[in-house]
Unconditional design. Structure first.
Length: 186
């Protein structure tokens, strides 16, 4: 059992017969009355995001998450196939468990798969930085500089990203998977 003072981003809790991940939280101590914690939580199974307020006296059931190192092998329709790097077992994960992270997945990429104690897949964790090749973007125009805004480009996996004007098709770039932003040329 955990207290509301233990709440942190990324914490997985059991709430209202569901498993939720804390996306954001705020401890509030008003001048009058007791303290409380405002949270924004995402249902792991449905993806629904809810706002909830916990009183400081409430107890929470934290769900322990297991992580295994895996290598992404290939995509087959709406299934993504991974291989456990220790046991060499293959695992197929549906797209809804991966969400928008599918655009970052490249063949052979090392990832971590998150499981509940019941072996239910919660999601995946990607490396912080990935390298991808720009497949298409607007052509360079004389007079564009490296500073300022940028232009829209698409990577080999179909990821839409804003890149500086000097980046052209065929350029390999580094992308931050947490924010989805361009970092630098590779």
């Amino acid at each position: 059992m955990a207290n509301t003072s233990d709440i942190r981003n990324g914490m997985i809790i059991e709430y209202n017969n569901g498993i939720y991940e804390v996306i954001d939280f705020l401890h509030v101590k008003p001048g009058k009355g007791g303290a409380f914690v405002r949270t924004k939580m995402k249902n792991i199974r449905t993806g629904q995001v809810i706002d909830n307020t916990f009183r400081t006296s409430e107890k929470l059931t934290e769900v322990r998450i297991e992580k295994t190192k895996n290598q992404f092998l290939y995509r087959e329709g709406d299934l993504f196939n991974f291989m456990d790097t220790e046991t060499y077992e293959q695992l197929s994960i549906p797209k809804d468990a991966i969400g928008d992270l599918d655009k970052y997945l490249m063949d052979g990429m090392e990832t971590k798969i998150r499981f509940t104690p019941d072996k239910e897949v919660i999601g995946i964790e990607l490396p912080i930085v990935v390298e991808q090749l720009i497949s298409e973007c607007e052509p360079n125009v004389k007079g564009n500089t490296a500073s300022g805004s940028g232009k829209v480009a698409f990577t080999e996996t179909g990821l839409r990203i804003i890149v500086p004007f000097f980046v052209e098709a065929g350029t390999k770039i580094r992308i931050d998977t947490r924010t989805g932003e361009y970092i630098e040329r590779a």
